[in-house]
Design a binder for this molecule. Structure first.
Ligand code: DGL
Length: 266
């Protein structure tokens, strides 16, 4: 008999950034098998139309369903904020999404000014608009589109002069505006935290949603009785990418023994 609990957690992103979420999930749920989809060929999603993002999210979901996933984590703010509603309406499987953590930031801020660094697609989405209107309206939101950051990470240029210059261009206005919380609204951006920290010092709290997504994944698996408790078996972590593997290998280098990186044309 098929044991659905042994099926994998499916995770997808427009590219390699969602591995920041995979790491949180793997830490919290070490007994789970995972299948990660890096749609790097189509990155960035952030400046695509809502309909294109929906189409790509459907394509990724179908691929993961064919590989027998029991739950799907949309490890991409842009795909979540534009497409998760449609995915939930069309597929009978639990979906976990990620959106910029502006609610926690609104509770933490003392200056009442928060910065949000995200893609154009996320900042312009209805879901982001809805969440924004639900927080205290006295809080000023400084929203910055991080155009170009995803492309540099996808190209393996995480630590490059181009990255240093672009980050400083985006972060300086936030420091000037006296934000005390900076929300990272894209799953690629946690990889930039050491460089952002250098720019902002210790006066600004950097907030991202990775850990919360892992906790939510665990809670939904438990609620649906889908948790894998077979601790004796070797776990499988497959990463599929439809473009050059270099950036993915770089970001997963600390987990190299655990993971299998494969090319596929999806
Ligand atoms: N990691 C995606 C996100 O969280 C990047 C989006 C893009 O490809 O522009 O939004």
């Amino acid at each position: 008999m098929l044991n659905v609990n042994k099926f994998s957690i499916g995770i997808f992103d427009s590219g390699v950034g969602g591995t920041s979420i995979w790491k949180e999930i793997n830490t919290l749920l070490p007994l789970e098998n995972t299948i990660y989809l890096s749609d790097s060929k189509n990155a960035p999603y952030g400046d695509k139309s809502k309909q294109s993002i929906i189409n790509l999210a459907i394509k990724n979901t179908e691929y993961l369903l064919k590989k027998n996933c029991k739950i799907i984590v949309v490890a991409c703010n842009t795909a979540t904020t534009n497409a998760i509603k449609i995915l939930r309406e069309n597929y009978d499987i639990p979906f976990i999404g990620i959106e910029p953590a502006i609610k926690p930031a609104a509770l933490k801020t003392k200056t009442n000014i928060i910065g949000i660094l995200a893609t154009e697609g996320t900042l312009n989405s209805e879901l982001f608009e809805k969440t924004s209107s639900s927080i205290n309206q006295k809080i000023l939101r400084k929203e910055i589109i991080g155009k170009g950051l995803v492309e540099l990470i996808e190209a393996g240029k995480l630590y490059s002069e181009e990255m240093t210059n672009l980050l400083s261009y985006y972060i300086k206005p936030l420091i000037k505006a006296e934000v005390d919380c900076l929300v990272l609204g894209c799953t690629h951006y946690p990889y930039l935290i050491p460089q952002i920290r250098k720019l902002v010092g210790d006066k600004i709290q950097i907030i991202d949603s990775g850990e919360a997504v892992a906790r939510q994944t665990k809670a939904i698996l438990e609620k649906n009785l889908l948790t894998n408790n077979h601790n004796k078996e070797k776990k499988s972590h497959q990463f599929y990418i439809n473009n050059d593997k270099k950036a993915l290998e770089l970001l997963l280098s600390n987990n190299a023994e655990k993971v299998k990186i494969l090319n596929d044309n999806f």
